[in-house]
Design a protein around this ligand. Structure first.
Ligand code: AMP
Length: 283
């Protein structure tokens, strides 16, 4: 396994492999790897000849006052995990390598960032799209792997790939959860023992919503209210709970048969802002 920090060297190495006809799978991450990341890496390993994983805590996707400086970083551990999964190349650039000054170009996908996390994290998806566009141009993957955990990010990147004609196929993989339902996240390390126990309420509230729909409830307002009540029994502070259309990401007013909707939420526990979602087909 090679660890490469320079863009030109990464291009050279991947170029050589691609000229041999090898198919390149790519998993972009911010490191602090867990089973969620590893599920993407394993799928990439299965589908491709070469697997590239990037580890880069991207400053442009963090707002002022967000957790950029305290985001967990543990390169040694990440490197060992990647090696054990048979990763071929880790791309591990510095901030200066990715954003040499003056840096002035950003990618923005319109409208899809108006709801969910986009509303509470202005500029976040602009940062995400810009870094992912750069990484696509650097790595030239055939297939890139993303998690449903960050569903809005995945849908926005899908749109960007289409709109900007990136020759990249995208695969979205299911959310990997802890035994008690909590979605795996690098940010779970911020939780105290007590908060960790309470944090299962995100998934419990999503299951409650799914159950209400299954039993015939079609009013998003009613469902969201029940989810709120469940979460308000804990120390969690709700950032948002929304039920949105799979394609436009705009809020649903009334559920109809065959609708495919995303129920998504963000809840603060102490210093950790946790997100989770489920996709439900109404029937
Ligand atoms: P991050 O390092 O948080 O930027 O995540 C890198 C990739 O891993 C993104 O595509 C995430 O959606 C995905 N990911 C993070 N957590 C999970 C999870 N619990 N299950 C599946 N994919 C995940």
């Amino acid at each position: 396994m090679k660890v490469i920090s320079s863009i030109s060297r990464l291009r050279r190495e991947v170029g050589l492999l691609k000229r041999k006809g090898m198919r390149v799978g790519f998993v972009p991450t911010m490191g602090a790897l867990h089973e969620g990341h590893l599920s993407l890496i394993r799928k990439a390993r299965k589908d491709n000849d070469v697997v590239v994983v990037s580890i880069f805590v991207n400053p442009t996707q963090f707002g002022p006052g967000e957790d950029f400086s305290r985001y967990p970083r543990n390169f040694k551990r990440d490197r060992a995990l990647c090696k054990a999964e048979g990763v071929d190349i880790i791309f591990y650039p510095s901030t200066e390598e990715m954003y040499p000054q003056p840096y002035r170009t950003f990618v923005e996908v319109e409208q899809l960032d108006e709801y969910l996390c986009g509303r509470s994290r202005p500029g976040h998806f602009r940062g995400v799209c810009s870094v992912v566009a750069k990484l696509f141009n650097i790595v030239s993957p055939d297939i890139a792997y993303f998690g449903q955990k960050d569903i809005q990010q995945a849908i926005i990147i899908k749109q960007m790939i289409k709109d900007l004609n990136f020759p990249v196929k995208m695969k979205i993989m299911p959310i990997v959860r802890e035994k008690d339902g909590l979605a795996m996240s690098s940010r779970n390390t911020y939780l105290s023992e007590e908060e960790r126990k309470e944090a299962t309420v995100l998934y419990r509230s999503l299951c409650l919503a799914k159950d209400m729909i299954r039993k015939g409830e079609r009013r998003p307002g009613r469902i969201i209210k029940k989810m709120q009540e469940l979460i308000e029994n804990t120390s969690g502070r709700i950032d948002y709970i929304e039920m949105v259309d799979m394609d436009s990401l705009s809020p649903i007013k009334k559920l109809k048969e065959q609708d495919r909707v995303i129920i998504a939420l963000a809840v603060w526990f102490g210093k950790a802002r946790l997100i989770d979602n489920i996709i439900v087909t109404v029937r």
